[in-house]
Design a binder for this molecule. Sequence first.
Ligand code: FUL
Length: 474
Amino acid sequence: MYSTFDFDKTLVQCVPSARQLAVEQMEFYAFAHFTVNTFTDKEWGDGTEPEAVFNPTELNADQWVDALKTAHIKGLILTCKHHDGFCLWPSAYTEHSVKNSPYRDGKGDVVREVADACRRGGIKFGVYLSPWDRNSALYGSGKPYDDYFCNQLTELLTQYGELFTVWFDGACGEGPNGKKQIYDWDRYYALIRELQPNAAISISGPDIRWCGNEAGATRESEWSVLPASLLSPDEVAQKSQKEDNEEFRNLKISEEEQDLGSRRVLGYARDLAWRPAEADTSIRPGWFYHASEDERVKPLEQLLDIWYRTVGGNCTLLLNIPPDRRGLFHETDVKRLADIGQYLEQTFACNLAEHAVFTADKDNGHDVPDNMRTDSYDTFYKPFDGDNTAELHVKLECVKRVSHIVVKECIPFSQRVEQYVMDVKTADGWQEVCSGTTIGYQKIAHFAPVETDEIRIRILDSRVCPVISFIGIY
Ligand code: FUL
């Protein structure tokens, strides 16, 4: 370890902010990609689409929200402006918006309708605003475009109530005059912090990181404590007393890398940041609605597999459901959402640990094992500082069929567990059902049903000592 800091102690000082924690606790939320592309059958508009093409005939955002709620989805992010520059709200700063479309005779405001429907339905609302604008003549001009962008951002931040996130992608192509814009991210972030201090700034932003693909795939180990920056080569050479450190030379902390936060990587960190992962994927092949993809809505099994790997793998899930030309979620998508919900309700209906006996090999007398029965950060199990291992037992009332073990770390104390094994006791003795490195916000172990009356979780390594807030058995 070559870091300049006291390793274990410093790592666990890196914890989520309130706005990050709020997003992590939502677990599963939705995207709605909707704009002129829905009507031109494209994925990326080029900014020349006439406003007249945008004309949903039956738009009903309550239908979207009702469908999302059947899947236990907790929030919705709307593409208020995609790369084509068309605004779904009547922005005062461009003519390229709903105000010049036939939709509600130019009096419509899709952002308002969706924000209001989310509020009525009790789910959170967030905005996607593409910095890349292929319509604006100001794009590529530097400050004048940033002014334009900040004006639009201000409209969204001030006119639609509380936002849980502002979602920026990194796409940065050429504008209508062939120029590229260098985005003034710090200015955008400062504006968001000022006007919506509780909103997370996601993906091209400091709060939530992209997990690196659009397929809903996750890493085997998703870490939330990452290097914010790495030591310089000179510092590493000095500390490691080697002129050339090959491992360090090959170290990358980009989205595509597999290991973003193991001790090996953190050993080269200059400073740290809490950067929880989010996976974004679409229920269909494209982000926007295309009738030709009506038969290609992802099957339930695939969506559940994505759900397990993300929600059950220390990563939030952002699932896109594109409204169609009517302005409704398509029947097939609605059915799929309801099927997800039904599966989750059946699977997690009864927590067998509710009446179980919790014990541990180490007990500090205060943060007792029984605290893991309740799914809350107010109480938790913790051995003594320096106890980096622990063995947790959950003894059921009688033999039950078990196929899921849910474990949550108390992440207000950081992500600490680095290696664990889960076993169930069967007639033939202990049988391993799951093992890995990261638990973090939540690990859901999912395995072929076994008859058992005792579950054990062996924490084989952790930072300082593990702090576990919840164990559920289903
Ligand atoms: C990407 C965009 O280019 C896609 O169209 C989509 O919006 C996706 C979520 O982000 O960067």
